[in-house]
Each structure stands twice: as structure tokens, then as C-alpha cells.
Design a protein around this ligand. Structure first.
Ligand code: ZN
Length: 194
């Protein structure tokens, strides 16, 4: 039987919204399944957009996962601390508490393949702290781009619109009673009101 030496590592899939991060994550999980590898997928409970207990892409693909509260890092360790688990997949990793960084390092150190996906920056273009650290510590990085809604150029930024106007830098993350949406935009078309 073939045995490949597996030192463990961290790979990160990042980018703005609508760049296909979840599709890429699901694709990597499927390839691992073809190889009969044991994969545990985790996502924060904050993300209920399409379905619970599933990682679902905008394009309609989905895979099973376990949902964990963003601060409940002990549960993650419980799910993945099994020497038979080959790979750990974490979706929307930017939402987890900062302790997730150490967990990823520990998992990689125990010969697991760790695949994290998430937004690298918020709607203001500022880095998510968890993602910035993971990108610095990862062995492999894939930064995906979308298509700018305004001019069609490659988009790397998430535009937040509130009642059709660009959101202000200091707007709270949750605005009750406002109609809110997000678009992918390029550097030139991305707008944040000061
Ligand atoms: Zn543009």
C-alpha cells in the first residue's frame, strides 16, 4: 500500500463575496472524498443563509458539516481530535474567535490538512484579524476574485450598500430596518463613506 508522508499544513481560500470561495472549498472536499480521506467540516452558526448543518454555495452545491458557535472552540477540538481524521475544513473562518488560529496550527502540527475559507477583508476593506493571521501562517494560499458589478474588472472588495447607498465606515454591522445588500467591486469602484 502506498503511504504518502503527510506533515500537515494549513491552506487558506480567501477573497471577497461572490468570488466562489465555497465552491472551491467544496471541490477540495470532494477530491478528498474520492481518495477516501476522512474529512470533518465546520462552520459558524452565524451563517444560516441556505441551510443548517450544510455548507452551501451560491451556485447550489452543498456538503454536510457541523455548526459551531463562534466562541465555542472547545467543541471544534472535540469534533476533530481523532487521529483518523485526515482533513479539517473550516468555512467562514473569519467569524470565529481568535483562538481558532491556534487550533489550526495545532491540527496542522498533528499531521492534518487544514483548509480554511473566508473573507479576507470586511466591507470597509479592512482585514479580518483571524484571516490576516491565518494567511501569514498558512503554507498555501488561494486568493479568488469576483467580477466588479460596476465596471466588470476583477473584484477583490465587498461593497456594502444600505438603502442603495454605500455604507459608512462606522455603520454597525447589523442595521435594523434598513434594506441592505452586498456586491463585489474592484478597487476603483469600491466606496466607503467616511
Ligand atoms: Zn469596478
Amino acid at each position: 500500500m502506498y503511504r504518502t508522508y503527510n506533515p500537515g499544513w494549513i491552506e487558506v481560500i480567501c477573497g471577497c463575496m461572490f468570488a466562489g470561495k465555497t465552491e472551491e472549498l467544496i471541490k477540495r472536499m470532494r477530491v478528498l472524498e474520492y481518495a477516501k480521506k476522512r474529512v470533518v467540516a465546520i462552520k459558524p452558526t452565524i451563517d444560516n443563509r441556505y441551510s443548517e448543518e450544510m455548507i452551501a454555495s451560491h451556485a447550489g452545491s452543498f456538503v454536510k458539516c457541523v455548526c459551531v458557535e463562534t466562541h465555542d472552540l472547545a467543541s471544534i477540538e472535540k469534533y476533530v481530535n481523532d487521529k483518523n481524521v485526515d482533513a479539517v475544513v473550516i468555512e467562514e473562518v473569519q467569524f470565529f474567535d481568535e483562538g481558532i488560529i491556534e487550533i489550526c496550527e495545532k491540527l496542522a502540527g498533528s499531521k492534518k490538512r487544514v483548509i480554511c475559507a473566508g473573507l479576507d477583508t470586511d466591507f470597509r476593506g479592512e482585514p479580518f484579524k483571524v484571516m490576516a493571521s491565518l494567511l501569514a501562517k498558512a503554507e498555501f494560499i488561494t486568493k479568488l476574485s469576483a467580477v466588479c458589478c460596476v465596471c466588470g474588472a476583477p473584484a477583490t472588495k465587498t461593497q456594502r450598500l444600505i438603502n442603495v447607498k454605500p455604507a459608512k465606515y462606522d455603520d454597525p454591522i447589523i442595521l435594523v430596518g434598513a434594506s441592505e445588500c452586498y456586491e463585489a467591486r474592484c478597487r476603483r469602484c469600491h466606496q466607503v463613506e467616511k
